[in-house]
Design a protein around this ligand. Structure first.
Ligand SMILES: *Cc1c(COP(=O)(O)O)cnc(C)c1O
Length: 467
């Protein structure tokens, strides 16, 4: 045998990044004692930690991504006119070009758009079916007097089920919701790309087409939550027959063409620190939104964003649609997910588009759901390594509007969310090693009791104490 034949050979091709680092930011390195004190002071809620006490911040991918030099250059071209900023027209052009909707209303972030569309389309007593709830989306539907009904396929509630499109709508269920309530009580069906609460799971175009056909029959709109639709489109390219050679941008356009409008948190896919928009095809709904945005966000040519921020969104949209970018983005998430999976840590499968979701129920069977196992697990990981994650389980699910009882979601998860273009592969190794270590010691983790509970979106500000 020759020397070269004996050398180890790689078994895979790397997902490597299509960029290099031009500026760095120092991150704090803390001791275990400091972290124990910090989490106690934060009421065992990672949302209440100071970022100064966090080493690797995987709380969220929202507004935490790194902008490119091209986006930063655009920031210098901000036109801060109160009305008619050129950056608004650039943003409008990019939304029309890449998402394909006719009308664009800028908002300060995603929930601003959700607020507007909910207020305009939902009447008290209405029902809004959706492929699993999202916290702010459902809250705005409820505040407008509506009620959310989950119509995602049952596979989405099973962490180990490897269905390639766990974000799909259960058509039979949607049909029965329409029969039960009547189309007049359903202002729209709410469809999210890579469903966050299910672990970042995509829908297929085949499924969306079927939803479109059914809703067309009844004259019901589809409003897309486009927050992570580029990631969803990437999964379609990778998994759905017939799409393997289509650019991600073309798939995004096709998805949007099957819907009537979208709400967008540009803080995710679009690679900015702040921003969002509502995009629509119907002129009368648009006119109402353009009027209401003035009341709640700002004039219809800035909607709560500075001109420079709109420029960063316009450029971010373009960068987000690049196939090399999205392959590396999801590739990094898969790198972390595969490490954990290979080491026997229970995670939601398939690995999601924006993060790795730990199955806290499987990891901590000795902690009752009423004692918030996912919340306790997130706190334990932080204490171990300074890695900040977040709870996506009972605390996030909140209480039922009618009875005040806590929801008991099937999924009790901890989300390790990866910001785009921010951390290195070595950082991912540190995260995996810490989660592995905590998993080895899992029997020592005890549950929590809630000692302070805010009325809305309690997971952001609730406080806990160990049992
Ligand atoms: C973040 C998010 C929102 C809300 O957007 P914000 O910019 O945080 O207001 C809505 N839907 C999904 C799926 C999200 O992830």
């Amino acid at each position: 045998m020759t020397d070269t034949a004996r050398r180890p050979r790689p078994t895979r091709r790397s997902w490597a990044e299509p960029f290099r680092i031009k500026m760095v930011e120092k991150v704090p390195v803390t001791t275990r004692e400091q972290r124990e004190k910090a989490i106690r002071e934060a009421g065992y809620n990672t949302f209440l930690l100071r970022s100064e006490d966090v080493y690797i911040d995987l709380l969220t991918d929202s507004g935490t991504s790194a902008m490119s030099d091209w986006q930063w250059a655009g920031m210098m071209l901000g036109d801060e006119a109160y009305a008619g900023s050129r950056n608004f027209y650039h943003l409008e052009e990019k939304v029309q070009q890449y998402y394909g909707y006719r009308y664009v209303v800028p908002t300060h972030q995603g929930r601003g758009a959700e607020h507007l569309i909910s207020r305009i389309l939902i009447k008290p007593g209405d029902v809004i079916p959706g492929n699993m709830y999202f916290t702010t989306t459902r809250l705005h539907q409820e505040l407008a007097g509506g009620r959310f009904v989950d119509v995602i396929i049952p596979d989405a509630h099973e962490p180990q089920n490897e269905h390639p499109f766990k974000g799909n709508v259960d058509l039979a269920k949607l049909k029965s919701v329409i029969e039960e309530h009547g189309a007049k009580r359903i202002p729209y069906v709410s469809i999210a790309g890579t469903v966050n609460m299910a672990g970042g799971q995509p829908f297929s175009l085949e499924n969306l087409r079927a939803v479109r056909e059914l809703t067309n029959k009844h004259g019901i709109r589809i409003i897309l939550d486009a927050t992570r639709v580029v990631e969803n489109a990437y999964f379609i390219q990778q998994r759905e027959p017939g799409y393997e050679h289509r650019p991600v941008a073309a798939i995004v356009k096709e998805i949007c063409s099957l819907t009537d409008g979208c709400t967008m948190s540009a803080k995710k896919d679009s690679l900015v620190n702040i921003g969002g928009f509502l995009a629509l095809n119907e002129q009368d709904v648009y006119e109402e939104a353009r009027n209401l945005v003035v009341v709640f966000e700002g004039l219809h040519t800035y909607g709560g964003m500075a001109g420079r921020d709109m420029e960063a969104v316009a450029r971010g949209i373009e960068e987000s649609m690049d196939d090399d970018h999205i392959r590396a983005r999801v590739g990094q998430v898969y790198y972390l997910g595969n490490l954990l999976r290979d080491w026997g840590v229970p995670i939601v499968l398939p690995v999601g588009g924006h993060g790795v979701f730990l199955d806290a129920k499987a990891m901590l069977p000795h902690v009752e759901q009423e004692h918030y196992p996912a919340q306790a697990l997130a706190a334990a990981i932080y204490v171990d390594s300074g890695v900040r994650s977040m709870e996506r389980g009972t605390v996030s699910a909140g209480r039922k509007k009618e009875t005040g009882e806590e929801y008991r979601p099937k999924l009790e998860l901890v989300r390790l969310t990866i910001p785009r273009r921010v951390y290195t592969q070595a950082h991912m190794d540190v995260v995996a090693e810490s989660v592995y270590f905590v998993h080895q010691e899992r029997e020592r983790i005890r549950g929590l009791k809630m000692v302070y509970e805010p009325r809305y979106l309690r997971f952001f500000q609730a406080r806990f104490e160990p049992l």
